[in-house]
Design a protein around this ligand. Structure first.
Ligand code: FRU
Length: 506
């Protein structure tokens, strides 16, 4: 969590003072502006919050400071989509108030009106979030984070804070935040997973207002180089078996430094979470996928969205109108590899709605360096590239521009690792940790290659081995990376390569 740099002086007034300086002509067209990913029209964002699907609409709330492009008094921004791809930003959903800033949390659809917020048969949507009191933090108290509610009776358009907030007071734990709530059907109760410093704590409730502590998980398990944040617990089915998946973000201590999101696969009995195994698994090995959670209320389909940045440099990246974006929404599945079970992530199928005419190259011999650019259409900087081969050799794909700046994705056979090298990707000097080569283990045991990468103006997302290993990295080039080359140490045959230009979402 960042240090508080701003003092709250009154939500609405404050936000009106900040009101948009940007013209609608340039919005979403600025240098570095992602064209496939959600980013706020202007100013700061970090974590996705309150992901929920209701009546045909995907809601995305997000940590937002509408006053500047650095972290500040947190609000919940809001955007909606019918297809997870095209987003329409809405008025701010939650403003800071006398209890503090509005930190991360979740939204549930209270179909049974257990909270009693619905009147005359209305179904309330209920937001459960952390109130972070900056004054308490400044004074050095330890109980300045607590959990609160807000509800909407108009399908998420406007939000009313509950008058008896907070509903879960701080028991004396400095890091006590990011409530993620789900309906636990067998016991007809709500279960909250809360980040409590170096572990998560499970609470339950029948009305969302009164919470009982059930158990804790995580002390001594998983990665612990940083504080635990933004948990998310949900069931997933594989064959006839139901597994429970627990996502936990940690900062610092991510797999390539700074922020990262680990996951545990186990069982949950309504009170306690159990898991075996000691290998730490990360949902994304790249540096830029943090605080991700899944959408509530999407049935068996589990769709994940992360914040596409890292606390090491999130406040310094060289954008000016807005700062930071979300990853692509990804569909999660459980998959076996070798003796173990993993989560796989792939871009949601709705992304194909942006596809232009694909170019398919069948059977290609790759030598030390093969320039593909002549064989591909001259399109914008956004595309999807799929590569299939029957064998896997040391190889790399370089995406570069006229200045010679490049993002390199590759596979290293000796260490059986994937990598992304962004050392020479353009502007990198805003933070010394940024220009790096980052690595991810290959967990798949198949001999073949199945690789998808999605390139946007300033991000690269790599889904290797059908999403068993994922890496996300942002970058800031002086001109778009439209040149594409592929190289291998030894001669290598590719079975098929499909290049699909993708239209902008804006
Ligand atoms: C994670 C986080 C959360 C917190 C929020 C504040 O990135 O630190 O734990 O609720 O950001 O903006």
């Amino acid at each position: 969590m960042p240090l508080a740099k701003w003092t709250f002086t009154g939500g609405l007034v404050l936000t009106m003072l900040y009101a948009g300086a940007q013209s609608s002509v340039t919005a979403y067209k600025e240098v570095f502006r992602p064209q496939l990913h959600f980013s706020p029209r202007e100013k700061w964002t970090n974590d996705p919050n309150g992901l929920v699907y209701y009546q045909g609409v995907y809601h995305l709330f997000f940590q937002h400071f509408p006053g500047d492009i650095i972290w500040g008094p947190m609000h919940w921004g809001h955007a909606v989509s019918n297809d997870l791809i095209h987003w329409r930003q809405q008025p701010i959903a939650l403003y800071p108030d006398s209890l503090g800033y509005i930190f991360s949390g979740s939204v549930v659809v209270d179909s049974g009106n257990t909270s009693g917020f619905g009147k005359r048969g209305q179904v309330p949507m209920v937001a459960i979030f952390t109130h972070h009191d900056p004054a308490g933090e400044k004074k050095g108290t330890i109980d300045y984070q607590s959990q609160s509610l807000a509800y909407s009776l108009d399908r998420g358009r406007t939000w009313i804070k509950y008058k008896n907030n907070p509903v879960l007071k701080n028991p004396g734990i400095v890091d006590f935040r990011d409530p993620n709530v789900m309906w636990y059907k067998p016991d007809k109760k709500w279960v909250m997973t809360l980040a409590t410093k170096d572990r998560v704590t499970f609470y339950s409730s029948v009305d969302l207002k009164n919470w009982t502590k059930e158990s804790e998980f995580g002390k001594g398990q998983g990665a612990h180089d940083g504080v635990w944040e933004c948990p998310n617990l949900f069931p997933m089915q594989m064959g006839d078996t139901v597994y429970w998946v627990l996502l936990v973000s940690t900062n610092p201590g991510g797999p390539n430094g700074g922020s990262g999101t680990q996951y545990f696969i186990g069982q949950f009995d309504g009170k306690k979470f159990y898991t075996g195994g000691s290998t730490v698994k990360w949902i994304d090995y790249g540096p830029d996928d943090y605080a991700g959670i899944t959408w509530n209320n999407t049935g068996r389909r589990k769709i994940f969205l992360g914040w596409m940045s890292n606390w090491i440099y999130a406040n310094q990246v060289p954008t000016t109108a807005w700062r930071n974006a979300m990853t692509l929404p990804r569909e999660l599945k459980l998959a076996h590899a070798g003796e173990d079970t993993y989560l796989s992530s792939l871009p949601v199928k709705e992304l194909t709605g942006l596809s232009g005419k694909p170019v398919v190259i069948n059977k290609m011999q790759v030598d030390t360096l093969t320039d593909l650019s002549g064989r591909l259409p001259a399109t914008g900087p956004q595309y999807r590239l799929e590569v299939h081969a029957d064998s896997l050799k040391d190889f790399f794909i370089s995406c570069s521009n006229v200045q010679g700046q490049q993002m390199i994705l590759g596979y290293e056979k000796a260490s059986n690792r994937w990598y992304i090298d962004r050392a020479l990707s353009g502007k990198t000097d805003f933070n010394k940790e940024f220009p790096k080569k980052i690595f991810a283990p290959r967990v798949a045991v198949t001999p073949a290659l199945d690789l998808t990468l999605v390139m946007d103006v300033s991000s690269l997302e790599v889904f290797a081995d059908k999403g068993l290993t994922v890496m996300t990295a942002i970058f800031f080039p002086d001109s778009p990376l439209t040149r594409l080359r592929i190289g291998s140490k030894e001669p290598w045959e590719i079975r098929g390569l499909t290049f699909t230009p993708l239209r902008s979402i804006w």
